[in-house]
Write a protein that binds this ligand. Sequence first.
Ligand code: PLP
Length: 375
Amino acid sequence: MLWPFAEKDPGICPDYKYYYNLAAGHFFILTINSAIMQNIDWGKLPFGYFQTDYNVRCYYRNGQWGEIEVSSSTHINIHMAATCLHYGQEAFEGMKAYRGKDGRVRLFRWQENARRMQRSADGILMARVPEELFHKMVKKAVSLNEKYVPPHGYGAALYIRPLLIGTGIQVGVNPAKEYLFMVFVGPVGPYFKEGFNPVTMQIVRDFDRAAPLGTGHIKVGGNYAGSLRASERAKAEGYASVIFLEAKEKKYIDEAGPANFYGIKDNTYITPKSDSILPSITNMSLMQIAEDMGMKVERREVAVEELENFEEAGACGTAAIISPIGKIVDRESGKEYTFGKKGQAGAWSTKLYNKLQGIQYGEEPDPHGWVSFVD
Ligand SMILES: Cc1ncc(COP(=O)(O)O)c(C=O)c1O
C-alpha cells in the first residue's frame, strides 16, 4: 500500500488488518483476514457494526437514478456543503435477512421498508428510491455478503441498512438536487443484552423524541439525534431504554426508544396510535399474528395510567423483534409499573415472538406471504 498508508497492528483484534493513515493520523480497517469467518461466534454476536466485504450504491443526478455500483470501501466521498451534513436530508431503514433451516436466505416484508423509505423521502423532500431499485440493491448487498448471513439456529441475522442522503450542495436551506442511496449489511445478535428476557424502561417527561406535526412518523436521522440525550441518561441510570410520551399532552405513550410499544390485557394486544410514532413493520406483523391467534387488537391512544392494568408489555422492532418489558419507572414521579413474573417473558409475548421468528426463519407457514427469497 502506498504512502500515506502504513500497515500497523494496534493490537485490538487479530482478525482485522489495520492500516494507519499517516496524513490524517488515524487507524482504519481495510480488510478482514479470512480467518475471521471461522472466528465468528454466531451465538455471541452483539447488535453493532460489523464490516463485511461489499456495499452497493446508486446516485441520483440530473433527475434520475444511475447504475448500481458495488464498492468494498467503507467510506463515502461527499461535498462539505452536502445537504445531509447541514440540513438533515438523511433517511435510513433497518431490516434483516434470515437463514432458514434449508440454508436459504429470506427477506421479511421488504416492500414495507421500501415504501417507508419513500415516505421518509417525501417527508424531507428527497428523491424517492423506486421500489424495484430498493429491492435489487438490498438483494445484491445480501448476496454479495452471503457468507456473513448467520447460520440457522443461533438467533442471529444479517442486518441490512439502506441509507438515503442528500449529496447535492446547498448553503441556503433548500433540498439537494443530488442523492446517494446505498445499502450495507452486517451480522447481528440481539439488540438488548437481555435478549428475550424482560428489560426495565424509563418514562421521561423532560425530553420529546418528536413534535406532534414533526417527523416522528418517518425514519430520518434527526429523530434519533433528538432522542440521544434522554436515552443515554436512561442507560446511565440503569434502564435499557426510554419510553417517550406524545409531546403535546404528555398523557399518552408514544414509543419505547427505537421500537414501538405494546401492552396486553384480557387477551387483547394494545398498541399506541399517534402521528408522531414510526409505523413499525414488526408491530404491524404482530398485530396480524395476534389476530390470527384469536386475540383482540386495539390500536389507539394508550394513557400512561393504563400501564397499571397491563398483564404484559413489550417493545417491538426489527432489531429486538420483541423485547419483553418487566418494569417501567416514571422518572418524574418515581411510580413503578411491573408486568408478569419477575425475570420472565409473558405467555402471549412468548407466543407472538416464537410465531413471528418462526415465519422469518422459515420454520412456520407464511400465510400472509411476508417472506421472499434472496436467491
Ligand atoms: C423509532 C422507531 N420506532 C419503531 C421501530 C421499529 O420499526 P420496525 O419494526 O419496522 O423495525 C424503529 C426501528 O426501525 C424505530 O427506529
